[in-house]
Design a protein around this ligand. Sequence first.
Ligand SMILES: Cc1cc2nc3c(=O)[nH]c(=O)nc-3n(C[C@H](O)[C@H](O)[C@H](O)COP(=O)(O)OP(=O)(O)OC[C@H]3O[C@@H](n4cnc5c(N)ncnc54)[C@H](O)[C@@H]3O)c2cc1C
Length: 468
Amino acid sequence: VILDDLTEALGADCVVTGDDTARWGRDWMGLSDWTPLCVVRPRDTAGVSAALRLCHDAGVAVVPVSGNTGLAGGTTAEGAVMLSLDRMNAVREIRAEARIAVVEAGVVLASLHEAAAAHGLSFPMTFGAKGSAMIGGMLATNAGGSNVLRYGNTRDLVLGLEAVLADGRVVDLMSALHKDNSGLNLRHLLIGSEGILGVITAAVLKLVPTPRAFATAMVAAPDLPGALRVLNGLQEATGGAVEAFEYMDRAFMDQYAHLHPQMQEPFAARHDVNILVEVGAHAPRDVAPGPDGQAPVAAYLEQVLADLLEEGAIVDAVVAQSDAQRAAFWARREAAAEVTMSRKPVVLCDIAVAVDLVATFLEAMQGRLALLDPEAVSANVSHLGDGNVHYAVWVSSRDAGLKAAITEAVEDEVLRLGGSFSAEHGVGTYKLGSMARRKDPVAIEMMMAVKRALDPKGILNPGKVIPS
Ligand SMILES: Cc1cc2nc3c(=O)[nH]c(=O)nc-3n(C[C@H](O)[C@H](O)[C@H](O)COP(=O)(O)OP(=O)(O)OC[C@H]3O[C@@H](n4cnc5c(N)ncnc54)[C@H](O)[C@@H]3O)c2cc1C
């Protein structure tokens, strides 16, 4: 009956059924697959509202989906109606003077990058899935990525949003304001809620001036404290202009070289601590080439690296001399998901600790891993500048007990250091166990109370985020 009602209300071309739903029926990592009842693809907010009202009245579960690149199992939808935002993909407006973009939830992140670039501006959120991930999914997961160090998480880049609640009511929070203390901040409640409180349909996003020049380098340090000296030295020399500070360990570098033998290693020698660092410059004084043809921003980077090399805080450095070399440095980093998933079985963790405790976490894990699985190899790729480690362990067996023991060990160490077992990918279904074990029980009760208040029938993305 619900299929007929949805078809009547939205039109047959907005309701996908049968085999045609296959492309929405699995997660990006291939860890789960499912058969939805149908996929609804509304053209506008009114369509989203109509679909939700019908499903609410019928008590049918609805799973919002945007690019389906989430890494937490947040779109699993066996027997549910999937609500895809992909057709709502208009960049409605770029207001260059106000540095804002008004967009619909189905805009692909890379398309927003292009639209902003046409105005000489940037939307500074970026990550490996930018060609598929959409604004709605990005807001719903409060995505992080490689530039958080300078521009913050998604949350920090959103001025306003529009969402449809479980019963079909539309909440208009499409503010372009930097200041608005009129009551509880519902925008921040919806950002990062992974589709359990409402379906985000549009947003007002902050834009920033595009750096006119980048200076990018691969740096090898003897250890992570040495690497942090690069970060802090560069922040001081450039007034906080470090855009990205990304760590790749030896195992990661080796596996990338194995998968891409045509790509050269950045250094002649093999190093354990490899950092991709990028500085962005806006001011003409940092950008205009000097007599040697070099932009001053590149000279700052080279000077800081030369000083640290002399002090022994770093052991090698290669500054990109061309756009192609910069792109090659980034290609390695952006292959993180491909590299870590290329060996199976794998245990994947996405954790955060304070920036100066990343080394402590990794050392502690080395000891614990050796006891749990002596043949295991860990590969780390980390947004080191913000303390987020993607800790992958290639284990020696598919034994579920081993996976659970490693996850427990990671959580023990993370919580001992005051960190989080879920840094940027969210909870979805894959981290429900961690939530149940590790999250403050009062915080979980508060989440349940909010969920019950906004979605008393529990139809929106049921079984996600909050453990039952
Ligand atoms: C190669 C690769 C690299 C990645 N790198 C990063 C990274 O560096 N940093 C990072 O944070 N993430 C990263 N991710 C994870 C993922 O891309 C992000 O979480 C992204 O924001 C998800 O967007 P999406 O449109 O694909 O959302 P989806 O996967 O479609 O959905 C994700 C969650 O949000 C919900 N949802 C989707 N749309 C809406 C909506 N409109 N309203 C309400 N809820 C909604 C879904 O129900 C689900 O729970 C990466 C993923 C891949 C595959």
